[in-house]
Design a protein around this ligand. Structure first.
Ligand code: SOE
Length: 383
């Protein structure tokens, strides 16, 4: 039977443009379905750069104006890999043209924008998803399975951190390609929207709704040269953010994120402590889920390090890869996301995180920034 084409129009060509393109190329090989992904067009303002990107990754054509791309009848899905300040406008235009949308995280600059985006995709009925990829690391997906099976019992604590060190240099400029993450006008926020957003998404998925938050933020380097204006300008993003929270299920949360933790490049870890079981995961050892099961026999009770590589349905996604015991990497989380998105199209059961799911994270981010500004506890708005 001829496969249905899923023709991708990619906007942006940075780190995420590469990660997503790689996933589109891999998915058909490892996760066969009734769809065939076609890299139809790549789009960015710089004609030469986007041409080079398209040639490297195998896109059939290029555009330099995203408005043209979203109108093209030969595109089924728009992948938004631009800085955050473009997400809303592109998503609304793509929706108006009845395209499915895969949007890079965070969904938007803030919850108000996110709400508009959710309303638009829901009204138009277009498939939508946000690239919170860490949900689909097999060890993290296994954690979700254990939580859903009720094995942890009542959950008391959730703690997570995401640490980096790449912005310590005070003479690193802000703005423009690669450095837009330091420019509040393009990013909306700093580590909260960039890194904590991942931790919050995973935590909502595993532990449910956050009710209230109390946060502090700091901007260690107050001024940086702006690549777009050529002037030294105030830095408007949070360089570090720590917050505590209360979850709707009664548990307590503790989160930390910074780009000033010398020696750490991408240390994302989380731990959940339940009445009967605790779980711990570390991105630097991404195949392992650490499990402590209080129900184990006392004599041999202790932390187990489960290498999530078994080629069976017990270990999510792994039956599609190599033989048992062999590892896959960070890139596979994106491949899994595309596979699940396609499964959602084929079954009519959309896979998360949808725009609506990602709006919940956006509401938490707004509450965090509010709390840090006012030095007080803030109730998280309902999405
Ligand atoms: C920032 O350095 C960054 O690339 C984030 O933007 C990604 O979302 C995260 O997964 C890794 O770090």
């Amino acid at each position: 039977m001829a496969k249905k084409q899923l023709r991708v129009g990619m906007i942006g060509y940075g780190f995420m443009g590469r990660a997503h393109s790689n996933a589109y190329k891999q998915v058909g090989q490892f996760f066969p379905s009734n769809h065939q992904v076609v890299l139809k067009a790549a789009c960015a303002r710089d004609a030469e750069k986007i041409k080079a990107f398209a040639e490297q990754w195998g896109y059939e054509s290029t555009e330099t104006e995203w408005k043209k791309l979203v109108e093209r009848p030969d595109i089924d899905v728009i992948d938004i890999c631009t800085p955050n300040n473009m997400h809303k406008e592109i998503a609304l235009a793509a929706t108006a043209n009845k395209k499915a949308i895969l949007c890079e995280k965070p969904l938007a600059m803030n919850a108000a924008e996110g709400r508009e985006m959710v309303a638009a995709v829901e009204k138009a009925g277009v498939p939508n998803m946000v690239w919170y990829n860490y949900r689909r690391i097999p060890a993290v997906t296994l954690a979700k399975k254990l939580v859903d099976e009720g094995r942890l019992g009542k959950i008391f604590h959730y703690r997570a951190k995401f640490l980096q060190d790449w912005t310590i240099k005070a003479d690193l400029p802000q703005g423009g390609q690669g450095l837009w993450r330091l420019d509040v006008a393009a990013a909306g926020s700093g580590v909260s929207g960039d890194l904590l957003a991942h931790c919050i998404d995973t935590s909502i998925w595993l532990n449910g709704r956050l009710d209230s938050v109390c946060a502090m933020t700091e901007t260690f380097v107050k001024e940086r040269m702006h690549n777009l204006t050529g002037k030294v300008e105030k830095v408007g993003i949070d360089d570090a953010c720590t917050f505590m929270c209360r979850y709707a299920n009664g548990s307590l949360g503790n989160f930390e994120s910074t780009r000033y933790a010398r020696g750490h490049k991408a240390l994302y870890t989380f731990e959940i402590n339940g009445e009967n079981m605790s779980l711990f995961w570390d991105l630097h050892d991404l195949h392992r889920l650490q499990v402590f099961d209080y129900k184990d026999e006392g004599k041999i009770r202790g932390w187990k390090s489960v290498h999530v590589t078994d080629n069976s349905p017990d270990h999510p996604y792994m039956d599609k890869w190599w033989v048992p015991g062999l590892a896959i990497g960070y890139d596979a989380s994106f491949t899994h996301q595309v596979a699940d998105f396609i499964q959602g199209l084929e079954t009519g059961k959309p896979q998360g995180p949808t725009f609506k799911d990602a709006l919940e994270t956006q509401c938490v981010l707004d509450a965090i920034l509010d709390s840090a500004k006012g030095g007080k506890w803030v109730t998280v708005a309902k999405s």
